[in-house]
Design a protein around this ligand. Structure first.
Ligand code: IMP
Length: 430
């Protein structure tokens, strides 16, 4: 009986989907804790590609219980679409999926306001996914939110929608000069979703606690990454939830003191990417950035946007290890670095002439961080179909061991290639 939390060490897109899919095999319960359909977790099994936005990727394994936790914001039509997609692929999750009654609903005005807020920012855009995530969390915090559990009582839902929509329409019309949204249409749509979602709604926090007490392995699938965390990321260029480990426990409603066996697996890509705006000290602007983007297929799984690419930022990795209490690492997409003569890993920054080895807390310093690199010899071979760590070229093994040494944290998994079978395990997690 154990709880494993998978957390992204940088700005998301670290390849968590594939790692979670691998770990899902030995878990009985797989859960998402925060975020919404801004996430895009890709898993490829036997040539078939699955992109998960709301469901935990581990549900691909037959019989695993899937949980959408309390800390999530859920767009019902997106969730129903995913459930349907899996059903068409012969993977019915309907008997084993549970949706927290405390999770918040994403409503049409959230998506509209997401776009309006971005436009107002002009040159200081955040580059959001446009899914309404920020406005949905904004409503949660300011207590205008409508929760999944409210769908269980039609009258109550209708009342809550009436009050909230009156306020949102006031905002849309008076502040932003936009047409009001139709109450009747939204009510009809959401009552339709309610009838389909009702069987899934549950007290998932209680369920997870009971599963843990029964000795089951629980896998919590973090979405986004440490540097997109509302408190600990590169604010304001962050998402509106808590992708760090503390947020995962909060988001599934599990108390740290109840867990005696916790593993925190940090998922780190062999290079670094970010999508959206904001600081990125190791970003590569020219040829090498394009090489990584093309070879790594670095285009957003949710929005299709090209991701910004750069060398692995070890300073951020160390920061993520501290904030999350990472106990082991998974290093992903190592194959993408093949064919590059000389590889770099950032081990410190020069900030105003001084070498620092921690991520500065003050945002005015972020654009002044000049990476200090460790250079290493690369490898020529295509390693994307390797299935044992010891079959990797020696320089690829040296790259892995350098990071392990630098971090003083074991690298439990090295991932090369897209398929489930190209997951090289150095230490068992469950
Ligand atoms: P939002 O979460 O849509 O509000 O977007 C805020 C920031 O988080 C933007 O920079 C997005 O590109 C980024 N973001 C949100 N979700 C993900 C993700 O799953 N992967 C990578 N970046 C993300």
């Amino acid at each position: 009986m154990a709880v494993s939390i998978v957390v992204g060490t940088h700005w998301g897109d670290e390849g968590k989907g594939k790692i979670v899919d691998y770990l899902g095999e030995n878990a009985q319960v797989v859960a998402r804790a925060q975020g919404g359909n801004n996430a895009g977790h890709t898993v490829i099994v036997e040539g078939e590609k699955y992109v998960f936005h709301l469901l935990p990727s581990g549900v691909l394994h037959p019989g695993k219980v899937g949980i959408l936790g309390d800390g999530m914001v859920v767009d019902p039509s997106s969730l129903l679409g995913e459930i349907d997609f899996l059903r068409q692929k012969g993977k019915d999750v309907s008997e084993r999926l549970f949706l927290s009654s405390k999770a918040h609903l994403v409503l049409p005005y959230h998506r509209i306001l997401d776009g309006i807020y971005e436009n107002i920012r002009g040159g200081r855009k955040l580059g959001t996914t446009g899914k309404g995530i920020g406005p949905a969390y904004e409503d949660k915090v300011s207590r205008w939110g409508i929760r999944v559990g409210d769908l269980e009582d039609e009258k109550l839902f209708a009342q809550k929608l009436r009050v909230t929509l009156d306020y949102k329409n006031l905002l849309l019309e008076r502040a932003f000069n936009q047409p009001p949204l139709p109450y009747d249409k939204i009510l009809e749509d959401y009552l339709g979703y309610a009838s389909l979602l009702r069987p899934y709604i549950a007290d998932t926090s209680k369920m997870i606690y009971q599963f843990y007490r029964e000795g089951k392995n629980i896998l919590i699938e973090g979405a986004q990454g440490t540097m997109l965390d509302l408190d600990h990321g590169t604010y304001p260029f962050v998402t509106s939830s808590y992708p760090v480990v503390a947020g995962s426990l909060l988001g599934v409603g599990l108390g740290l003191g109840s867990i005696s066996n916790l593993e925190v697996l940090g998922v780190c890509k062999a290079y670094t990417t970010r999508v959206g705006e904001g600081p990125f000290p190791t970003e590569l602007q020219e040829e090498m950035g394009d090489y990584l983007r093309d070879k790594g297929g670095e285009y957003g799984a949710t929005t299709g946007r090209p991701r910004r690419c750069g060398w692995l930022d070890g300073v951020i990795l160390r920061y993520a290890a501290r904030i999350n209490g990472i106990t082991s690492l998974a290093l992903t997409k190592l194959d993408v670095l093949g064919g590059i003569d000389s590889l770099k890993v950032c081990r410190a920054y020069l900030v105003e002439g001084e070498e620092v080895d921690d991520f500065p807390v003050s945002s005015h310093l972020w654009d002044k961080c000049e990476p200090v690199y460790e250079e290493m010899e690369g490898w020529e071979e295509d390693i994307s179909s390797v299935s044992s760590y010891y079959d990797l070229p020696s320089s690829a093994q040296r790259f892995v061991e350098f990071i392990e040494d630098f971090m003083q944290i074991p690298i439990a998994i090295v991932s090369v290639g897209k398929e489930r079978r190209n997951t090289l395990v150095r230490k068992e997690i469950f």
